[in-house]
Each structure stands twice: as structure tokens, then as C-alpha cells.
Design a protein around this ligand. Structure first.
Ligand code: NAI
Ligand code: NA
Length: 396
């Protein structure tokens, strides 16, 4: 069938198999061009189908030659209905990786559940024996607690007082003011339950107890800090509370991994258009200004450039892993460079529906958004019939 984008707010209900496959090929090519990384050999990526997790899987395989197991939550296709983008991304990655002689298998289901964890542990035991890197890259609006069955929903709210600022509807380019009332304590706790470190801890404890972590294994989860303009709603809001918890969990995990010489890290990444970040108020306006500035300065990176740099310049060098005063790896260094943030602060008050065209890279934002779903990708013939019924070759 001919597949076109069908959007509802900040989600797209359709995805294009060939477009997603081309995105994956582009990421593979980028990593191959960067040369080899003396890195991990057996890798588990939790949240492997899109965004930073997909980039981590591709970098592990095409940078370091690793076999990978991916865990994700994606919608399979049905006749006349496309799969979700992460499904097509994974199909494309595993098809290519297997063809190139790499081990690549995956599980589709709720990573927060004990069932998927157990299945993943079994697969590691049977096929790989142990893993030496675990990437934790989940982004989810809800979590069912595996022990109590309680369902937690995360919220994106400030703490203490109402936050009022500008935002943009990136489809229309209309800049408007939004006010977000502060979270109550329960909403704060729920957001921590979803996006904090508890599930990461469950994964790492479970893997370790089952003897599935190699000596010297490392685990990395992803965090975000961002600029002053988003601070009240992001880093000092509910999601920031969850990130604080995630960052604290790295220390707990490092303690627990001492006897196998393992280590847990949090890497603070750059703001990028992903399915997760499109949903956060104010962030799209910030990203569209940031993109313009970073592209003009030649500093722009996407997920794959970020993660390739994380592996080759931070995690897998002969030196100690460089961290900040809070023990975090910082690959948001270019985003937070003083000249970049000064320019953001200068442009922010001037940003209006009328000025945005010239001031911001709204087209870059939109293109990245559609690209997430395999649309507007260079080299793809969108007039051609696509087969939506794509299978994932390594799906267990
Ligand atoms: P994403 O939405 O592209 O990827 C999320 C992944 O999690 C997908 O593979 C999805 O299938 C999987 N997933 C979600 N719920 C699941 C579940 N219940 N069970 C199994 N898999 C599930 O998100 P993105 O942006 O790559 O985020 C990953 C991490 O990076 C998050 O912790 C996010 O906060 C962080 N980050 C994101 C930034 C951004 O600007 N996008 C910046 C810095 C950090
Ligand atoms: Na991800």
C-alpha cells in the first residue's frame, strides 16, 4: 500500500518501512565511517528500537562488532495497518546485522515486567552466556509495577508553582503561552516510579543474581539537564525529580557491581527530536532555536553522532571515563556551551509566530519529527507501494 503520515498532535499513527530502513542504513554508514571502537562484545539494550537506544545498538554492532539483544515495546503490523516505527527500525537493523554476520535478537514486550526480564535473562544465558554492556534507554509515560501491579503515570509538571512560558505547535509554527500547574506529591512520586531508577536497578540486580554480567561489565542510562528556559518544567520539575533518582541509582548500582568490577554510569545527552521529547511542553520551541544555533556553529549532532561519541570518546578509551562533579558523563557539552546558551537566551524573548521562520529551525524540527516515522527521508520513493507486513528476523 501507499503509506502517508497520519499525525495526531505529537504522535504519528503510521510509519514507513522503507523510510525507517533508510534511517537505519544512514546510521550504520555513519558509524562505519568513524572507524572501530575497542568496545563491548555482548550488549543488552533496553529500549533499543528508536532514539538513543537504537543508536546504542547500532554503535555497539557497527562500531565495536558486538552481538546485541534488544528489548522494546512496539506495535507489529496488521494487514492494511502499519507497524510502529520502532518495529520497522528493528527489522531493518536485525536484517542487516544478521546478513553481516552479527548476532542480533530481540524481545517485544513490557520491559518493566518480570516476564520480559526473565525471557531476556533466558535468552542471554542460552545464546551469549553473559553481557558486558547494558544500555538502559526506556522512555515511557507509564509503568505497571512488577511486584504490586500498581500502574503509575508520569506527568510533566513544575514543582511548587505554576510555570508559564512559550511553546510552539511545531506543525503550525504557532507560538503561544502555556501555563502548567504544579504537580502534587503523588504525581511527583508517580513520575519517579516511571522514569526514575527503580526499574534499572531491578534489571541490573536480576542480571547479576543470574550470573549474566561479565566481569567488568558496565551499564549506562540516559539523562537530560537542558537550559534555563526549560528548567522549571524539566530539570526542576517532575521529570527532573525522576532523573535525579536515576542518577542516584547509578551510585547504588556501582556499589552492587563492585565484586565483578562493574560500573554504572549516567550519560547526560543532548536535546533531540524523538518520540519522547516531542511530548514535552516548551522543549520543541527550545529545540527549534537550538538546532538553528548549533547548525550555524557546525555543532549539531543527532542520536547516532551523540552515541558514537559516547562510546569512542568517553566509555571505551584507554583513559578513565571522564565525569562531572556528580559522577555523570556529559555529552551535552556542546548544547550547554556558553556561546550556544547565550544565543538561546537572547532569542527566546524574541520568538513569536512571525519571527520563528527566520529565527528558528522549525523546518529542521519538523523534518526530524517526520523522519522518526520514516517519512521525508532522502532517497525513499513514497509513491511506490510498500509492504507493511515486515517481520523482525531476530524476534524471540
Ligand atoms: P524514544 O521514545 O525514542 O525511545 C524509547 C524506547 O523505549 C523505545 O525503544 C521504546 O520501544 C522503548 N519502550 C518504551 N516503553 C517500553 C516498555 N514498557 N517496555 C519496553 N520498551 C519500552 O526515547 P529517547 O528520546 O531515545 O529516550 C531514551 C532515554 O534518553 C530516556 O531516558 C530519555 O529521557 C533520555 N534522553 C532523551 C533526550 C531527548 O532529547 N530525546 C535527551 C537526553 C536524554
Ligand atoms: Na531509546
Amino acid at each position: 500500500m501507499i503509506i502517508t503520515p497520519r499525525t495526531r498532535g505529537f504522535i504519528c499513527l503510521t510509519a514507513h518501512p522503507e523510510g525507517c530502513a533508510q534511517n537505519v542504513q544512514n546510521q550504520i554508514s555513519y558509524v562505519k565511517e568513524q572507524g572501530t571502537i575497542d568496545g563491548p562484545k555482548k550488549v543488552l539494550v533496553i529500549g533499543s528500537s528508536t532514539g538513543f537506544g537504537l543508536a546504542s545498538r547500532i554503535t555497539s554492532t557497527y562500531g565495536a562488532g558486538a552481538g546485541t539483544i534488544g528489548v522494546y515495546f512496539e506495535k507489529p503490523p496488521a494487514p492494511g495497518k502499519t507497524a510502529s516505527a520502532g518495529w520497522y527500525n528493528t527489522a531493518a537493523f536485525e536484517t542487516q546485522a544478521i546478513k553481516d554476520g552479527f548476532y542480533a535478537k530481540s524481545l517485544n514486550g513490557d520491559a518493566f515486567s518480570d516476564e520480559i526480564k526473565q525471557k531476556t535473562f533466558d535468552l542471554i544465558r542460552e545464546d551469549l552466556g553473559q553481557v558486558d554492556l547494558v544500555i538502559y534507554s526506556l522512555a515511557s509515560p507509564r509503568r505497571t509495577h512488577p511486584k504490586t501491579g500498581e500502574v503509575f503515570n508520569s506527568v510533566l509538571k513544575p514543582i511548587g508553582e505554576t510555570f508559564t512560558n512559550k511553546t510552539v505547535d511545531f506543525h503550525t509554527g504557532i507560538v503561544s503561552e502555556i501555563s502548567i500547574p504544579p504537580a502534587n506529591e503523588e504525581e511527583m512520586a508517580n513520575t519517579i516510579a516511571v522514569m526514575g531508577g527503580e526499574d534499572w536497578e531491578f534489571w541490573i540486580e536480576g542480571l547479576k543474581e543470574a550470573g549474566l554480567l561479565a566481569d567488568g561489565a558496565i551499564t549506562v542510562a540516559y539523562s537530560y539537564i537542558g537550559p534555563a528556559v526549560t528548567e522549571a518544567v524539566y530539570r526542576k520539575g517532575t521529570i527532573g525529580g525522576a532523573k535525579d533518582h536515576l542518577e542516584k541509582t547509578a551510585f547504588t548500582l556501582t556499589d552492587k557491581l563492585k565484586d565483578i568490577n562493574g560500573k554504572a554510569y549516567v550519560s547526560v545527552n543532548k536535546a533531540l527530536v524523538t518520540q519522547a521529547s516531542s511530548a514535552i511542553p516548551v522543549i520543541p520551541l527550545y529545540i527549534s532555536l537550538l538546532y538553528k544555533i548549533m547548525k550555524e556553529k557546525g555543532l549539531h549532532e543527532g542520536c547516532i553522532e551523540q552515541i558514537e561519541r559516547l562510546f569512542s570518546e568517553h566509555l571505551y578509551t584507554s583513559n578513565e571515563v571522564p565525569v562531572d562533579e556528580k559522577g555523570r558523563i556529559r555529552i551535552d557539552d556542546l548544547e550547554l556551551r556558553a556561546d550556544v546558551q547565550e544565543k538561546v537566551a537572547e532569542l527566546w524573548p524574541q520568538a513569536t509566530t512571525e519571527s520563528l521562520d527566520t529565527m528558528a529551525d522549525l523546518n529542521g524540527y519538523k523534518k526530524d519529527f517526520f523522519n522518526l516515522f520514516g517519512f521525508e527521508v532522502a532517497g525513499v520513493d513514497y509513491e511506490k507501494d510498500s509492504d507493511e507486513m515486515v517481520e523482525i528476523p531476530g524476534l524471540s
